[in-house]
Write a protein that binds this ligand. Structure first.
Ligand code: HEC
Length: 155
């Protein structure tokens, strides 16, 4: 388990040089036990597991892209040439008023389980498949815990 605090975050900056300069994380939002923010950051920003192997996925864009490359390193969503990606910060997805969509409308309020399902199974809270560019990510429980902890830490 990782001690998260100023010291922990400073250590992360050393573990992942360069990555935290842009993708700032907020220390008040601590991960669940066992989740590792450094692992979550590596998956989110680079699509690489803690052991250095690329995270496998099915479907979606054929091109290998990380969450951050598609959704923005701040997680706030991006406009791409052929599609737009939503704001996937935990705080947005779980907004009681409904998540703020790319077009400014309000969508579903995700539970944490539904966020996990969206990432791993590519379905929305009603069980309908997400738009085609979003891959289905083949993550271990530990990796998914760390990734969700990272989404929670995004300010
Ligand atoms: C190739 C681009 C791409 C990549 C890479 C990608 N996504 Fe997505 N993602 C999308 C698009 C497009 C949607 C919108 C789907 C929809 O609205 O039906 C989406 C939707 C989502 C949603 C559901 C939110 C919603 O409103 O539908 C979550 C959660 C999510 N992505 C998380 C992630 C995470 C975590 C990663 C990295 C492991 C990731 N995405 C990688 C394109 C991508």
């Amino acid at each position: 388990m990782l001690a998260v605090g100023t010291l922990g975050l400073a250590a992360l900056g050393v573990l992942l040089p360069g990555t935290f300069a842009e993708g700032a994380i907020s220390p008040e939002r601590t991960p669940t036990d066992g989740a590792r923010l450094d692992e979550g950051a590596s998956i989110f920003l680079r699509g690489i597991a803690a052991d250095g192997t690329p995270i496998r996925f099915r479907g979606g864009m054929r091109m290998r892209m990380s969450c951050g490359q598609c959704h923005g390193i701040d997680g706030k969503g991006r406009r791409h040439q052929m599609f737009v990606t939503p704001d996937i910060r935990y705080r947005n997805l779980t907004d009681p008023a409904g998540m703020l969509e790319c077009d400014g409308s309000r969508g579903d309020t995700f539970t944490e389980a539904q966020i996990r399902n969206a990432i791993a199974a590519g379905v929305d809270p009603e069980g309908k498949p997400l738009a085609w560019p979003m891959p289905r990510w083949q993550l271990t429980q530990q990796q998914l815990d760390s990734l969700v902890a990272y989404l929670k830490a995004l300010p």
